[in-house]
Ligand binder design. Structure first.
Ligand SMILES: Cc1cc2nc3c(=O)[nH]c(=O)nc-3n(C[C@H](O)[C@H](O)[C@H](O)COP(=O)(O)OP(=O)(O)OC[C@H]3O[C@@H](n4cnc5c(N)ncnc54)[C@H](O)[C@@H]3O)c2cc1C
Length: 341
């Protein structure tokens, strides 16, 4: 059985960032990815400017936005800043760029290799191969096998459904329609020649069928033509319960680090992947940046929990939040997982 210093399960943004940092520090790292192609992922591809400029090459930008349009039951506002607030990236291109960097740093990436079982010091794959590890990183997304092995449940999970609609869309839009999406929202995130048009909702509050019905009705009202297009759906785990478990780590969606309010998970995945790697290298590493992100993520979760339990009060809070942003009392970055503005 071949031994590695660290095995990373999953070649998403979290896993690839973690593996690259470890390899740059001379560690022997293996990434196991179940899909043959690294990158494609059901995702709107929105990345906040803070996350983008720190971690992602600007050449990957599809479109960037200085203005955000937020529509609710009572308000329709535009927030504008002097630097871009959010940009969009194509997940397939982002994944290819990240895997090329990781490979150049010396990471071994085994594609088309699903991890099927985890043991104390080794893992086995669907193809009956076994690999030994000193450290294990679960970067395997919202239905993580590493998380299950650690006995951590996943109750706070959202469903995201989107269509890639062809056309030249100009505005980045967020629609917080509590009647149709409850605590969730629908979005239009423009890319180069298309837009991700989708909806996100807390599975405990609204069933995917209802969410979809509300979304279809909303697209019809907005005159968005989905005829002939296929929806794509995936889960977003925001049930954070820790990231460090002895010699095992969880990062990104596997750790439940996405925002339950917005679904933003790319930056949390990258930052937690980076922090896990540095902590493996030096157990006294100062992971303050991740701690601040977790603090924000927990705030989003508390707001969501309150809105889910108190429907009317929740609606008022959302309206008050939008009003405060309109008046400049609260910055748009309150919704972001990064530290811009
Ligand atoms: C509809 C939708 C829209 C979204 N829009 C945005 C957005 O605009 N902005 C944003 O920041 N976030 C968005 N997200 C969330 C974002 O996609 C995730 O938070 C992010 O991809 C998490 O990265 P990750 O590296 O943790 O996991 P992932 O990107 O999910 O990567 C996990 C990898 O692990 C692999 N894997 C899983 N199980 C195994 C196994 N057993 N063996 C081997 N490999 C395995 C998978 O194939 C995958 O490649 C959206 C999500 C959805 C569903």
């Amino acid at each position: 059985m071949r031994q590695f210093h660290t095995i990373v399960v999953g070649a998403g943004p979290g896993g690839l960032t973690c593996a690259e940092v470890l390899a740059r520090h001379g560690k022997d790292v293996l990434v196991l990815e179940k899909n043959r192609l690294v990158g494609p992922k059901v995702c709107a591809g929105g990345i906040t400017w803070a996350g983008l400029i720190q971690y992602v090459d600007e050449s990957l930008i599809e479109k960037s936005f200085y203005a955000q349009h937020i529509v609710s039951g009572w308000q329709n506002i535009m927030i504008r800043e002097s630097t871009p607030i959010v940009a969009t990236v194509n997940r397939e291109r982002l994944g290819q760029w990240m895997v090329d960097r990781a490979t150049a740093a010396g990471v071994n990436v085994l594609r088309g290799t699903a991890v099927r079982e985890i043991f104390k010091n080794h893992i086995s794959t669907a193809g009956e191969e076994r690999f030994g590890y000193k450290y294990l990183v679960g970067a395997d997304g919202s239905s993580s096998i590493v998380r299950r092995y650690l006995g951590i449940g996943s109750e706070r999970v959202g469903a995201g459904i989107h269509y890639q609609v062809p056309g030249d869309f100009k505005r980045m839009e967020w629609h917080l329609d509590t009647r149709s999406f409850r605590t969730g929202y629908a979005w239009i995130f423009p890319h180069k020649d298309s837009a991700s048009v989708g909806v996100f909702g807390d599975r405990r509050v609204i069933r995917p069928k209802e969410l979809m019905a509300g979304f279809r009705e909303w697209t019809q009202r907005r005159g968005i033509n989905l005829k002939g297009l296929q929806p794509k759906a995936a889960l977003i785990n925001f049930d954070y319960r820790g990231w460090r478990f002895g010699n095992k780590f969880l990062v990104g969606d596997a750790a439940g680090l996405a925002s339950g309010l917005t679904g933003e998970g790319i930056l949390p995945a990258i930052l937690s992947g980076e922090t896990a790697a540095h902590t493996i290298i030096d157990e006294n590493y100062n992971g303050e940046k991740l701690e601040r992100l977790i603090h924000k993520q927990q705030k989003h979760t508390r707001l969501l929990e309150f809105s889910a339990k108190n429907r009317r009060a929740g609606r008022l809070i959302i309206e008050a939040l939008i009003m405060a942003m309109r008046l400049g009392v609260i910055h748009f970055s309150a919704l972001e997982m990064g530290e811009s503005g």
